[in-house]
Write a new protein. Structure first.
Length: 371
């Protein structure tokens, strides 16, 4: 704390300029007197010992999270002064109330140009090595600087970032606490953002409570929905699988006959291969009740729309994933699966998906806007 006080008192507020972002009165982050214990957060043993999760849990396992590092990351995440015109922060598109995703299909950044894809919810990054809908970037620490530089998102030159942050009265002290000296670099920004985002751990939903109580806490329709999700007929859990309800693999789930023609081929746009046309990451369904709209382009507004899609409208595609074809993984057909769920089954499936919401994360002050 002493360090912080010193910095606040000996640093001058930024010079006002005609066009600069710091023209407005600089707001200071409101931080607690003693650091929140981010480093003490952990996944439950059931996650850490889960053999499937262990396979890809290594990407975050050795990354050290310090209380001061994650605190700095929190400030950076919510600070619009990381953008070229001082108006856009990570939290402009990744909203805590929406599972750190966006509640509009296409986010608006610096230029007002809508993003191509729906902003992704942020949760349980320890288990996610390949990032973005098309898995194009490997490693969270490599990813977090991309939106800062992206011309339509935050539009900032990374080479200007250290000076822009050093001009603010609060960063010198925060970097000092996190890294031992007040030098500001883009790498340190990435490290701190990575630490903060890794603290968004989603494992305290009603579903998790159910795992410990044999689902005594579930209503009848939630129980029916759970059975439908896992019964092997809907095949939902064959892709959205395990404790994190996801797959590290990307699949074609039949939203379009020809994704490239529809405007976004996903991984196909990177590889040019026909069998990647429309291949997108199988995102986690954790928090899914708060992350509407759905799919890479936010085309579905409600979970009921999603369930209706899987039930009736999977499109024929030459490389539709076998799990969504009539013959399933054992066949070589491409005819889309027709689940034809009854109205009450659809409602039950939606009710089950809602049990995956983690209200602890939604309400956590230590993940919230400090400004
Ligand atoms: C203008 C809106 C916008 C802003 C600002 C923004 N993001 Fe994003 N974010 C997106 C979109 C859209 C995607 C998905 C892009 C894609 O897949 O091509 C995304 C994806 C991500 C992902 C990938 C998640 C995953 O599961 O793969 C991470 C992590 C992320 N953003 C972190 C950040 C951080 C950190 C910041 C601030 C430095 C930030 N974002 C700022 C819109 C935004
Ligand atoms: C073949 C694998 C596969 C199966 C089976 C599958 N999904 Fe998906 N799911 C995906 C992929 C891939 C995406 C992302 C597709 C995209 O955005 O283009 C997705 C997206 C979703 C989303 C949107 C998530 C978000 O944040 O936007 C929901 C909800 C969902 N699936 C629920 C279900 C349900 C319920 C079932 C069973 C009826 C199911 N899925 C079956 C692969 C699958």
């Amino acid at each position: 704390m002493l360090v912080l006080v010193l910095f606040f008192s000996c640093r001058k507020p930024p010079e006002p300029t005609d066009d600069g972002p710091v023209e407005a009165e600089v707001r200071l982050p409101d931080l607690p007197d003693s650091l929140f214990g981010y480093s003490a957060l952990s996944f439950p043993d059931s996650w850490l010992n889960d053999s499937a999760l262990q396979l890809f849990g290594s990407s975050g396992a050795n990354i050290e999270i310090s209380d001061a590092g994650a605190t700095l990351g929190r400030v950076l995440f919510y600070d619009p002064l990381l953008s070229a015109d001082g108006t856009v922060s990570c939290s402009s598109c990744h909203l805590q109330a929406h599972g750190f995703g966006d509640n509009t299909a296409h986010s608006i950044g610096l230029t007002g140009e809508p993003s191509l894809r729906n902003a992704m919810p942020l949760a349980n990054m320890r288990y996610q090595r390949r990032l973005f809908w098309d898995a194009r970037t490997v490693g969270l620490e490599n990813q977090v600087l991309e939106p800062i530089e992206h011309p339509d998102e935050m539009g900032m030159q990374l080479s200007d970032l250290p000076d822009q942050l050093a001009a603010l009265p609060y960063y010198g002290g925060l970097f000092h606490e996190a890294f031992g000296d007040s030098v500001i670099t883009a790498d340190r920004v990435a490290t701190a953002l990575g630490q903060f985002i890794r603290c968004i751990r989603v494992h305290t939903s009603r579903y998790d409570e159910g795992l410990n109580t044999e689902f005594a806490n579930f209503t009848d329709t939630e129980l029916e929905g759970r059975a439908l999700f896992f019964n092997g007929v809907t095949r939902c859990n064959q892709c959205h699988s395990g404790l994190n309800f996801f797959s590290t693999q990307a699949f074609i789930n039949g939203l379009e006959v020809d994704y490239a023609a529809a405007g976004d081929a996903g991984i196909g746009a990177l590889t040019g291969y026909a069998d990647d046309d429309g291949r997108f990451r199988t995102v986690s369904l954790r928090n899914v009740g708060m992350t509407a709209p759905y799919m890479h382009d936010g085309r579905f507004e409600t979970l009921r729309d999603v369930v209706d899609f899987y039930s009736d409208s999977i499109a024929w595609h030459p490389y539709l994933d076998e799990r969504l074809t009539v013959t399933g993984v054992d066949g070589d057909g491409q005819e889309p699966y027709q689940l034809a769920l009854s109205p009450s089954e659809r409602e039950a499936l939606v009710d089950f998906l809602l049990t995956l919401n983690d209200m602890v994360i939604q309400d956590a002050w230590w993940l919230s806007d400090p400004f």
